[in-house]
Design a protein around this ligand. Structure first.
Ligand code: URA
Length: 223
């Protein structure tokens, strides 16, 4: 299931992997999760025709299990090529596996709804819609987090030409800026990615700015 949507979309939505029906039909998110995804997009307001939707892995893992690391690795060049072709400004990750594909040190319960800088693109991690169907609190988070999409697009426009890549002998620096209520109130913290993480990353990662859109942390479980 390669994906579906606009070939000129600014927004790329990346789920985890196709389920049975998606695999059969060759289309992403055709079931109940897809209906919730459509509803969430409509609040922005966007439709599937405005975005491109794909998955971290392109085939359904047997028995719908989580994708294994070697399966994610096998599909990595495919998704990378899709990103080169589409050149999206904003990548929306759905669920934990999609977040980790882009940000191996991420934590969905901590990072959902944050605007992250990823190379010269913006990353907006969301919970997986299937998790929202199972848990009303997560559904509310999804409804709130998706409203960050317009701001994510604006942020990508602001940041065009201002990204700094800092490859430095196996170390990449992450700048983390915590947004309180205004951009001017950012405070920055430097962190360093370990060498093995850097080795895994083939795309031009990373100057990462994190803008928190809300006060406090949500301690819901991982999805
Ligand atoms: N879940 C996903 O992560 N992707 C799909 O395409 C369908 C369900």
């Amino acid at each position: 299931m390669p994906g579906d949507g606009s070939a000129v979309a600014s927004i790329l939505i990346v789920g985890e992997g196709p389920g049975f029906n998606e695999d059969q039909l060759g289309l992403p998110f055709v079931g109940r999760s897809g209906k919730l995804l459509d509803e969430l997009l409509a609040t922005v307001p966007l439709s599937r025709e405005d975005v491109f939707i794909t998955n971290v892995v392109k085939c359904r893992p047997p028995n719908n299990r989580d994708p294994l690391p070697d399966e994610v690795a096998a599909c990595r060049p495919y998704l990378e090529f899709q990103m080169q072709l589409l050149n999206p400004k904003v990548i929306v990750t759905l669920g934990r596996h999609s977040l980790l594909r882009f940000y191996p040190e991420g934590k969905i319960s901590n990072d959902h709804g944050k605007i992250l800088q990823w190379g010269d693109r913006i990353l907006l991690p969301l919970y997986h819609p299937a998790a929202g169907l199972r848990n009303p609190a997560i559904k509310r988070d999804l409804q709130r987090d998706v409203l960050m999409l317009p701001e994510a697009l604006r942020e990508s426009l602001r940041r065009t030409n201002t990204v700094s890549l800092i490859p430095n002998a196996g170390e990449l620096q992450i700048q983390q800026a915590n947004r309180t209520s205004k951009l001017s109130e950012r405070s920055t913290v430097n962190r360093t990615l370990s060498d093995d993480v850097v080795d895994q990353i083939s795309e031009p990662i990373i100057g990462k700015d994190i803008f928190e859109n809300k006060q406090g942390e949500n301690q819901l479980g991982m999805f």
